[in-house]
Structures are given as C-alpha cells and as structure tokens.
Design a protein. Structure first.
Length: 192
C-alpha cells in the first residue's frame, strides 16, 4: 500500500519534474551551464552520463546510489566483486543473464545487447535523460519482485508500458505505442 501511495505521489509530481528538467536543459543550451546528468565513476574518472558514457558498456547503480561504469562484463564483475564464472554468457558478451537479481536492466540494443544500464528498484523514479538513455531503450528486464513501468514523456498523457516482476522483453518493437509505432526507443523515464 505504501508503494502504491508513493507511486501516485510521484506521478502527480511527474509533470513538474519534467518541466524542471526541460528548463535546465534550455539554460544549459543557451549559456553553456553545467549539465544535470547523473555522475558516475569510470576508469578512475567522474563522467556525466547525460553527456557521454565515454565508451563504457555497463553502468551499474549500487545500493548506495553511486553509479559505476565499466567497459566490459569482466571489468564489471571484478569491480562489483561478482564471480566471473557466474556470467552464463561468458566475459565480454552482454546478455539477459548478466542482469543482477533485484535490478531493472535496460539495453540500447535488442536481445539484451549494447550499452546496459542497471537501476536498483528503490529509487522510485528515474529520468532516463539523466543517464544518457532517453528514447534509446530497445530491450528490458525486470529482475525484481516489483512492477516497473516505462513512460514516454514526449506526449502530454504519458503513455506507459508495464514491466511485470521477472519479465524480460528482448525487443520493445513488438509492443504497440498509443501514438503509433512501437515502444522501441521511446521510453523517457522509469517508475518502480
Ligand atoms: Ca524524449
Ligand atoms: Ca519518448
């Protein structure tokens, strides 16, 4: 019940959050002000995911909220203290089985390929533009016990697609979008 209430509150605040994000983007474009993206650690440097992943393949949000990025599955598993052999697909190959339990994983390519963003599911709302992932999600896996939803904020009534617990969708182009076309490369935010 608390989750439902929190989700409702977040939805009500959604338009305001998006308006604020739009305004700061406009300011940044006009005045060259700092971007407002999520900062992550990658190869000893701090990068702004909204600007560029700088060649990273996997960006993982820790339970602490910190985001760490890696250029390979092997580097990710080493950096997060995971067993190398637990990766069913083998080091260097990205696949569904590489998405950790309790996480929502989003890929830029179909069939769980391409850059992968791993979000923990107690942040409730994430604007994908802050992670450099806006309108770029092609496959998705929900490895948590909670429902997740992706929203398209390019339309005033926020079309959404529900991702049930333990659902994995290798190709979002099979899901029709309310405004035509499919859900491939349409998601702007995620709600848990
Ligand atoms: Ca968009
Ligand atoms: Ca969109």
């Amino acid at each position: 019940m608390m989750r439902a209430i929190r989700r409702m509150a977040l939805l009500l605040g959604l338009a305001a959050a998006i308006a604020a994000g739009g305004a700061s983007t406009a300011v940044a474009e006009q005045g060259g002000a700092a971007e407002t993206g999520v900062l992550a650690e990658y190869q000893g440097e701090t990068i702004d995911l909204a600007e560029s992943w700088e060649g990273a393949e996997i960006c993982h949000q820790r339970q602490s909220g910190e985001v760490n990025c890696y250029d390979s599955e092997a580097a990710y598993r080493a950096g997060e203290g995971l067993s190398q052999t637990a990766s069913a697909s083998g080091a260097g190959t990205l696949a569904l089985s590489d998405c950790p339990a309790s996480y929502l994983c989003l890929w830029k390519g179909t069939n769980y390929t391409g850059e992968r963003l791993q979000l923990q599911m107690d942040t409730y709302l994430d604007l994908l533009s802050n992670y450099g992932f806006e309108d770029q999600v092609s496959s998705i896996a929900n490895r948590s016990v909670y429902y997740a939803e992706i929203y398209d904020n390019d339309y005033p009534d926020f079309p959404r697609l529900v991702i049930p617990p333990n659902a994995a969708y290798p190709d979002l182009s099979v899901f029709p979008h309310a405004y035509g076309g499919s859900w491939n490369n349409r998601a702007d935010l995620v709600l848990f």
